[in-house]
Structure formats: structure tokens, C-alpha cells
Design a protein around this ligand. Structure first.
Ligand SMILES: [Zn+2]
Length: 237
């Protein structure tokens, strides 16, 4: 009886210590900002599929190129399939960085692990196969994810990029001024801001113009791609 009890106790202790030594899911795997010591900020633009309209904010992209503003784009597979020329164009700009945003813009937490893997890998494979581009940054559609998503993204060797400032640019009730105020209040060194470049943000180009001319220089913040932001070290005195 005592032996049985000891065996039971031992197994309880073993299981206990095992579960303690298992790696815990650290929220640090989901990147919402860069180092706070960095005087930079990342302007990121999602390219989610759209039902109507051109699905591409040409005026915004032209502005970013004309003013050489480092920017990061997250492309969904469905969007890429309709915008091959634009994909080529964006990939050709050396101060742009390209990541992915799921195949059909699915709600990932509603899918099992295999389905999530398929959704996440879709545009990564297309970029690799048709554009010879290795996309390692991933942003989940709607910013939605669960523990399975974090594990799948990690197992695929991708970096999980969220944001800590939501511009709210697809909301037609927000004026340029309101979006700017919202961003200016929250912007700090290392911030990652989410916008849209698929035409859903009616004020986006204007917001970017005023942000990069007035707000960010005033706050001492320089636009950087996500990769630059994550590798950024404090300025040398
Ligand atoms: Zn999206």
C-alpha cells in the first residue's frame, strides 16, 4: 500500500516537474513593437483582399516611393492573385519590406492546426515560387490568433508581427485629423502602426503625408521597416 502510494507520489512529482520544465508560450513570440530605445517607428500596410474596387491605393504607394519612406506590406494570397503587377512593383522598391497576411484572410482561431498552416503558408509559397522572395514576416488576418497560431507560425520559422497602434484607417467615420490625433497620442519609440494599402483607408495617404512631415519629425521618430526596427539599436551619443 505504502509502495503504491510512493509510486503515485513519485509520478505526481514527476508530472509536476515535467509540466514546469515544458516551454511556456511566451507572449514575446508575438511582436507588437520594437525596442523602446530605438528612435524609430514602423509604418505597416495590410493588403487584405477586397470585394469591390481596385484594391490598391496607388496614390499612397506613389507618395511612399516619392518620399522614400521605409514601409512594410503584409500581402494576402487572394490579394496577390489579383495584383501580380503591384506585387512585382512593391518587391522592387528597396526601402519596402514584404510580409504575408494569410491566403484568403481567414479567421485563424476558427481553424485547426492543419488548416491554419495552409492559410498561413499560401502567400509564403507563392512569393517563394513565383517571385523568388522569402517572406518571413507574418501578420494574422484581423489580428486574430490563438495558441495554435503562435505554434504554427513558430514551427514555420516565420516572425509573428502584430502592432501596438491601430490607425483605424478603414473606418470611414474617422477624419484625417482624428486618425492623426489618435496616432500622435500613442506613438513612441519602437511603435508599429497598422494601416491599409488596399484602398480601404480613404484618408490613409493624407494621414501618412502629415504624419511623416509634421508628427513624427516633431516626436523625433524616423520611419523604419519592421526588420530595421527590430534590429535597431539606441542612437550613439
Ligand atoms: Zn487584413
Amino acid at each position: 500500500m505504502l509502495q503504491q502510494f510512493n509510486a503515485w507520489l513519485l509520478s505526481v512529482l514527476l508530472i509536476g516537474s515535467l509540466s514546469l520544465s515544458l516551454p511556456t508560450r511566451s507572449p514575446a513570440q508575438v511582436i507588437k513593437s520594437g525596442p523602446p530605445s530605438c528612435p524609430g517607428i514602423a509604418l505597416t500596410f495590410d493588403l487584405c483582399p477586397v470585394r469591390k474596387g481596385p484594391g490598391y491605393d496607388q496614390a499612397l504607394v506613389d507618395y511612399l516611393i516619392q518620399h522614400q519612406i521605409p514601409s512594410t506590406f503584409f500581402m494576402s494570397g487572394k490579394w496577390m492573385a489579383k495584383h501580380e503587377e503591384e506585387v512585382d512593383h512593391l518587391l522592387g522598391v528597396d526601402f519596402f519590406e514584404i510580409g504575408t497576411h494569410g491566403e484568403v484572410h481567414a479567421h485563424l482561431p476558427m481553424l485547426n492546426a492543419d488548416e491554419q498552416r495552409t492559410e498561413i503558408l499560401g502567400p509564403v509559397k507563392v512569393l517563394h515560387k513565383h517571385y523568388a522572395h522569402e517572406a518571413t514576416l507574418f501578420r494574422p488576418p484581423y489580428g486574430e490568433y490563438n495558441d495554435v497560431t503562435v505554434d504554427v507560425v513558430k514551427a514555420l520559422g516565420l516572425r509573428f508581427i502584430q502592432w501596438n497602434i491601430e490607425s483605424g484607417d478603414p473606418d470611414p467615420s474617422l477624419s484625417t485629423e482624428q486618425i492623426l490625433t489618435r496616432i500622435a497620442k500613442r506613438a513612441k519609440p519602437g511603435s508599429i502602426i497598422v494601416f491599409h494599402a488596399n484602398g480601404n483607408g480613404k484618408q490613409t495617404r493624407q494621414v501618412i503625408e502629415r504624419l511623416t512631415i509634421e508628427v513624427l519629425p516633431h516626436q523625433g521618430l524616423k520611419p523604419m521597416t519592421v526588420r530595421e526596427l527590430l534590429n535597431c539599436s539606441p542612437p550613439t551619443p
